[in-house]
Design a protein. Structure first.
Lengths: 316, 469
């Protein structure tokens, strides 16, 4: 007799194989189209950003003077760079420049954005917006050439104007004490327009009701800006400071044209050292090592900013 | 648990990817390095000559090309005028072209780069000079041996000088008149110079600087070092070169000549170097001269021509510059650099260097000879934007329109002061110049800063000179 009973112990039925559904022809077409649209950007990033960064890292491990073939150097370039006082001073200058330039740039941009956002005719607001943004579209090198004339100790307009109110000529570009300040002033004058535009946009996005409610609660003037405007503007502030810091850490044109890094090394920046080592001294390996260190510094500062932003940035 | 088995199809796909990548890597590795010259149409077979863009105007470049084509119709010529603010910037751009694999055949190189190019990139011209000696005899007879010697490196000649500029003193005659001062004598001294600056300052008010100078290798501190009988780097002569001197120069002119200059041991802490810096620091303290400003002195023409500067060191190139700025020949004049311990002057010269990478070296030599011809230089230097290397070209007619009245000073700086020499420019010149500019800036911040800055300069120069370029 055939046992028709269900066996007491049965193996668990095998799970059905997860068979991936083949995308339809329409889906494949959409994906292909998306890939095609993304391709130019991705290729651009790979060719002009990823490959040069990788190339710099590799080159930093070689001695190369353009003329002869590169030879493997191991960590010699990094040891050389860490032992080079000019490099260390240039990084210190870059950090000092970054702190003061970005702080000044954000402060001026914020104050002006608040002022322009206040009550004034629309046409006047447009004039101010254009005027503040205008320097940003000019070439940094051209501006620096003009500023070099203006800040000349003996023949510059700035000292001439100071002389009219009885102030003695200031050696703006030829004294270790004032050269960095002059470079920062020129840089901020050109760059603050970008932060200004961001702040104007950010201020416009803050609902008026919040300000009205704050006013009803008795918050006015500076207190209103500190307790209401700034927290609500903090995401914009984060973007402006991240971009500002990255740009400031890569400053080159202004110190190169205005002071050529001097007097002494007082305005020499990290990117200037990269240029000098590579294109004047033909030490491309060392220049790449400085470039890699600057890259690491920028990444670290940016990461720190994003980490701090968790505490200080408020999203509505 | 995941299924670790790969399907046959997946295996085949990854295998194909791997094979493709390996083939691509193998192909790339087996190819020679691609360079800019491999771009279709880039290398059209022309003889490529790189010049400093701002040195010659468009019309001059056109006449240079057309004249050569008439003489050598079989050689295609392309003049590549590289825009640059100074020689250092120019060399950086040429080296970028070399790195990109698009090296020119010939490069216009000034003293600043002569030894760097000679050591690493250049071809000695000796065999061609010997071969075409008869043709070149007239050229060498017209060119001062100091200029030729400055283009030699370790016994070989690398360039035929076509222009030079010695640092003489330009004086604004309106300022002289205001100060009630006479035009200085040829043998004026450093003390005469200081007294003149004081007179100028007294008579010209607060928005006036008697002496303006630019912090750079040519015409900065170096002329004062030369005048005080010293140099930034110990100077000597390489052996050799007699093949050239014995062939082209009479005994009187070849005496003391060698195979080119050698600049070796740094001597920034030498007492005479310190004296030169002390002197400049004292002028700054007295408000008689500008603080060391870096750059190419581009704003100087304006302030000199309008009488806000009284004296400045410059070469023959400034005659053309001041004329273009609207200064009348009667408004200024030129005199030798003042005497201190010596009256040795400094100069920089320039000519075409032939690169080792050139595949058209014989054609390039023809261009070098052509570029040194009198008629070529006459066309090229019409505007007095430099001092021609050929003595016979410096005439009253040439300087009639632009001035200065004492135009003879330009070539007499070589003829009357036979020890006049080139600025110190070893193969490590880029770093040497950077160190000089950097520490000159700090040394002249105050009189007390001179010696500490010179000690740091010495240390940095020693490091720079130890390096192989």
């Amino acid at each position: 007799m055939t046992n028709t009973q269900t066996p007491a112990v049965r193996t668990r039925p095998a799970a059905p194989l997860a068979v991936a559904r083949r995308p339809s022809a329409r889906e494949r077409g959409t994906r292909l189209l998306a890939a095609l649209f993304l391709a130019p950007t991705i290729v651009g990033i790979v060719v002009f950003t990823v490959v040069p960064i990788a190339g710099s890292v590799v080159l930093s491990l070689f001695h190369w003077n353009v003329i002869d073939s590169p030879s493997f150097a191991g960590d010699a370039n990094y040891r050389e760079v860490f032992g080079d006082s000019t490099v260390l001073v240039s990084f210190r200058n870059t950090l000092v420049f970054m702190v003061f330039a970005v702080a000044l740039q954000l402060l001026i941009a914020l104050v002006l954005a608040l002022a322009v956002n206040g009550r004034m005719p629309v046409w006047l607001r447009s004039v101010f917006r254009s005027a503040f943004f205008f320097p940003l579209v000019l070439s940094a090198a051209s501006i620096s050439v003009v500023m070099k004339y203006l800040f000349n100790q003996d023949f510059g307009v700035v000292n001439w104007l100071l002389g009219l109110i009885g102030i003695a000529p200031v050696p703006w570009l030829t004294s270790e004490n004032s050269a960095m300040a002059a470079v920062i002033l020129v840089y901020v004058w050109q760059q603050f327009g970008f932060s200004f535009l961001l702040f104007v946009g950010g201020l416009n996005n803050i609902p008026k009701e919040i300000h009205e409610a704050a006013a009803l609660d008795g918050a006015t003037g500076l207190r209103k800006h500190l307790t209401v405007t700034l927290p609500l503007l903090s995401p914009t502030l984060l973007v402006a400071s991240v971009v500002g810091i990255i740009n400031a850490l890569q400053v080159f044109e202004q110190p190169y044209v205005l002071t050529n890094g001097g007097p002494g090394d007082s305005t020499r920046t990290a990117v200037m050292v990269i240029y000098e080592k590579a294109f004047e001294q033909l030490r491309f390996g060392e220049a790449s090592a400085v470039g890699v260190l600057l890259f690491v510094l920028i990444m670290a500062v940016t990461a720190l900013q994003f980490r701090l932003s968790r505490r200080f940035v408020h999203y509505q | 648990m995941t299924d670790s088995h790969l399907s046959r199809r997946t295996l085949l796909r990854y295998g194909a990817y791997g094979a493709g990548a390996a083939a691509l890597a193998g192909t790339a590795a087996s190819w020679e390095r691609l360079t800019g010259a491999d771009i279709p149409g880039r290398d059209d077979g022309s003889l490529v000559v790189a010049t400093l863009g701002s040195a010659f105007d468009q019309a001059a470049v056109r006449s240079l090309s057309e004249g050569f084509r008439k003489l050598h119709p079989g050689i295609r010529l392309r003049i590549n005028a590289v825009q640059a603010v100074d020689w250092s910037d120019f060399f950086a751009k040429i080296l970028t072209q070399i790195a990109a694999g698009t090296a020119p055949d010939l490069v216009y190189v000034a003293t600043e780069g002569v030894q760097l190019f000679a050591q690493r990139l250049g071809v000695p011209l000796d065999r061609w000079v010997k071969r075409d000696g008869a043709e070149l005899r007239e050229y060498f007879a017209d060119v001062h041996p100091s200029l030729v010697e400055s283009m030699m490196y370790e016994g070989s000649l690398y360039q035929l000088p076509v222009e030079f500029n010695a640092a003489d003193m330009y004086l604004n005659k309106q300022v002289l008149k205001r100060a009630g001062a006479d035009f200085p004598a040829a043998d004026w001294t450093r003390d005469d110079f200081t007294a003149l600056l004081r007179d100028m300052k007294r008579s010209s008010g607060s928005h006036f600087t008697p002496y303006f100078w630019t912090n750079r290798l040519w015409g900065g501190v170096v002329p004062w070092l030369f005048a005080n009988g010293t140099n930034l780097l110990a100077e000597s002569k390489a052996p050799g070169g007699s093949w050239l001197w014995d062939t082209f120069y009479p005994a009187a002119q070849r005496r003391g000549r060698g195979g080119g200059f050698r600049w070796t041991t740094p001597q920034a802490t030498d007492i005479r170097v310190a004296e030169a810096y002390d002197y400049l620091a004292s002028l700054i303290q007295e408000d008689l001269c500008t603080r060391p400003e870096g750059g190419n002195g581009s704003n100087l023409v304006g302030v000199f021509s309008t009488g806000r500067v009284g004296v400045t060191p410059a070469g023959g190139f400034w005659a053309g510059g001041l004329h273009l700025a609207g200064m009348r020949p009667s408004g200024y004049d030129v005199q030798y650099f003042p005497r201190w311990r010596t009256q040795r002057h400094q100069f920089g010269a320039a000519g075409y260097a032939l690169l080792r990478t050139s595949k058209k070296q014989d054609e390039a030599w023809e261009f070098i000879k052509y570029s040194a011809r009198r008629d070529t230089l006459t066309q090229l230097f019409k505007g007095n934007q430099t001092t021609p290397a050929r003595r016979s070209m410096l005439t009253g007619t040439r300087y009639q329109e632009t001035g200065p009245a004492h135009w003879q000073v330009f070539y007499d700086t070589l003829d009357k002061f036979p020890d006049t020499g080139p600025i110190p420019a070893p193969p490590q010149v880029a770093e040497v110049e950077q160190v000089l500019l950097k520490h000159t800036g700090t040394a002249l911040a105050s009189p007390r800063a001179v010696r500490p800055a010179l000690r740091r300069m010495q240390g940095d120069l020693e490091k720079a000179m130890e390096r192989d370029v």
